[in-house]
Write a protein that binds this ligand. Structure first.
Ligand code: 8DG
Ligand code: MN
Ligand code: MN
Length: 399
């Protein structure tokens, strides 16, 4: 339905959930700059500014051609003065001085290194930085006791900060499938998160598990986790049980952003040979320049080592972050929509629901405040329809 002609760019709708955003981005030079400023804002506890930069970047991601002149941006939504200055700087000088400055700042570098530990948020990193801790060795030398998640993540820091490929995601999918099938035959597993949107790499792999018969999914997670643990596939896991049924506030109005499904944050131990099985169509190998080039994450090992030492040190497995979520079939469509992302797309869906439709959307339900009732849905299409939005498929939710 989207008209491909040039004029359409001047009527870009303002909510990201009204737009089709594929992975084909013609404006990476601008969106990378804006995303970095968004990240810096988020890491500095300035969420409002972070969202503003994310929205601006998302608008540029939705354009069908590269921006070459500021005039082309006239009439586009979500581009505030600050974002426009950044874009102007990039257009005129090839880079934004603010972005370059941020990238090089000790504070930003330290925030990145420390929040690279799963379980370390902006607030913790900030506290450590104030105490003079800027690097992983400094953290290890400090008297701080880390929690279990932080310890496990620090132990596998390099693995966890190396992007997960689709092939690795598929290999994990096979393991999860085996686990789920052996503890509850008939259960259904769906790949969610970035890989469902068609991304080629991600920071983790996300799965949603359900069963076509309501109630059969209850208590499933601990069994899946036991199976995985018994087979040696887990380096770390933390399961949180479903807190949805016992909560008093309405399901569409959770007390926090976190939803309340039974879920498991985990670190998988993915054997290299498990990856081979699903890799026929993949050409990426350990030797590709792209692969070695991204080994730039701060290393705990002080000696970087030669290429051959690195290869000799290659473990027969690697650590991968995996999120598992279990939902009852009655909430499946909401969980699927809520966990497919992107994060900005989700945020915009909820904002649209609240501000434009007087509805509350969560990963559990959709509540219509005008009619004072929950709106049921068994597919994502139905949820978009309830919200008065054109259906956007996962591959076009990459805002
Ligand atoms: P990536 O892993 O490929 O880098 O990106 P992603 O797959 O889009 O991001 P993600 O951090 O894995 O999150 C996937 C979706 O899950 C995202 O749209 C937000 C949603 N989500 C919830 N609840 C929670 C939660 O409690 N924590 C996180 N991290 N994500 C959540 O619905
Ligand atoms: Mn993910
Ligand atoms: Mn995730």
């Amino acid at each position: 339905q989207v008209d491909e002609s040039k004029e359409v760019e001047s009527i870009v709708p303002s909510y990201a959930c009204q737009r089709r955003t594929t992975l084909e981005n013609h404006n990476t030079v601008f969106t990378d700059a804006l995303s970095l400023l968004a990240e810096n804002a988020e890491l500095s506890d300035e969420d409002g500014r972070g969202v503003a930069f994310r929205r601006a970047a998302a608008v540029l991601k939705a354009l069908h051609s590269p921006v070459t002149d500021l005039l082309q941006l006239r009439g586009l939504p979500c581009l505030g003065g600050h974002s426009l200055r950044v874009i102007k700087d990039v257009l005129e000088n090839g880079a934004s001085s603010e972005v370059e400055c941020t990238k090089q700042s000790e504070r930003f570098k330290a925030l990145k290194v420390l929040t690279g530990i799963f379980g370390v948020g902006a607030k913790t990193a900030e506290r450590w930085i104030r105490e003079g801790i800027h690097s992983l060795p400094q953290l290890q030398d400090s008297a701080h006791t880390l929690n279990r998640a932080q310890q496990a993540s620090l132990e596998h820091y390099d693995d966890l900060n190396q992007p997960v490929t689709k092939a690795e995601g598929d290999a994990i999918g096979e393991i999860v499938e085996k686990a789920v099938m052996s503890v509850l035959p008939g259960a259904q597993i769906t790949l969610i998160g970035g890989f469902r949107r068609g991304k080629l790499t991600g920071h983790d792999v996300d799965f949603l598990i359900t069963h076509p018969e309501e109630g059969r999914e209850v208590g499933l997670m601990p069994k899946v986790v036991s199976w995985l643990e018994s087979k040696g596939f887990l380096l770390y896991q933390k399961t949180t049980r479903n807190s949805y049924l016992e909560s008093k506030d309405g399901p569409a109005r959770p007390s926090s952003n976190m939803d309340r499904f039974e879920r498991c944050f985990s670190i998988f131990k993915l054997p290299e040979d498990a990856k081979e099985g699903t890799k026929q169509t993949e050409t990426l190998t350990e030797e590709t320049p792209e692969d070695t080039g991204r080994l730039t994450t701060p290393s705990l090992v002080k000696d970087e080592g030669s290429e051959s030492t690195k290869r000799a040190n290659l473990k027969p497995w690697r650590a991968v972050r995996v999120d598992l979520v279990v939902s009852p079939i009655s909430q499946f469509a909401f969980a699927l929509l809520g966990w497919t992302g992107s994060k900005l797309f989700e945020r915009e869906l909820r904002r649209w629901a609240g501000h434009e439709k007087a509805m509350s959307l969560s990963s559990h339900a959709l509540y219509d405040n005008t009619q004072s009732k929950y709106l049921r849905a068994s597919s994502e299409e139905e949820i978009f329809a309830h919200l008065g939005l054109e259906y956007i498929p996962p591959s076009e939710r990459n805002a």
